[in-house]
Design a protein around this ligand. Sequence first.
Ligand SMILES: [Mg+2]
Length: 302
Amino acid sequence: MVQKGSSNQQKTEGEEIVKKRQGTEKAGLFGSFSGKSLIIFDLDGTLAPSKAPMDSEMSSLLAKLLEKRKVAVISGGSYAQFQKQFLASLDCPAGLLKNLYLFPTCSTSFYRYKTQGTGPGARSAGLRARGGGAESTGEWERVYREALSEEEKKKILVAFLKTFQELGYSSPKKTYGQVLEDRETQITFSALGQEAPLPEKEEWDPKQEKRLALKKVLDKHLPEFEVRIGGTTSIDVTRKGIDKSYGIKQIEKHLGISKKEMLFVGDALFPGGNDYPVKEAGVQCISVQGVEDCKKVIKKLL
Ligand SMILES: [Mg+2]
């Protein structure tokens, strides 16, 4: 009798432990991310509003996150854009920058922080970045860059012109800056121009219908290239196989971090979005609605 009772008691205790464990895992949803040593962020619409500087709250959240985990940023934007939008607003002790990895232009280039010469008196990333020009990497060292050939660039530009003609597409009456930009490793189409104000951009193609139509025709003309919708009004064209999943492979190769240890946070994880290849690559992803949403995710990771 005693034995039976003891066995039942054990069973009950066992069940309790299982229940508790399940409860803990459920309650601490982000607790299950403890094995993630690298958090990868998209830039536009995730860490900062499209083409706009990152705010100070996001900067301090990232600085705190860099104390605990490695952080990578992958975006369609150029390195110059990273400097303007991200590094110039990042106020973080230089000693933590060894944990930060930058992958501009859809990871066709990779920059990491040079640790040499960063003594206790080293200045913050923001001050360094403000001092640097577009080509100056300051303390940031370029590990690789894979530029398109002149022939490839020409082919892409011609395909855009043919696509516009076929669809009867003409640029909006008012545009701001370049519509088709050569970013060396990719060609980027921005419907309203590179410098367009965000409210106007948000109105232009909220459901991505215009860009999906353009992408469909571009895909036909550029079968050997990757055509992706990004930002609020952009389409990025790169060599085939160059998308954010390429960045994941580069991270595995250069940093020796496995996919299992990575967590990706982005706002375009839907099919056709420029973050989607990361999900397809098998990396665990968190979809966010914008900067404020992303801050909530970081707070839970701290
Ligand atoms: Mg984005």
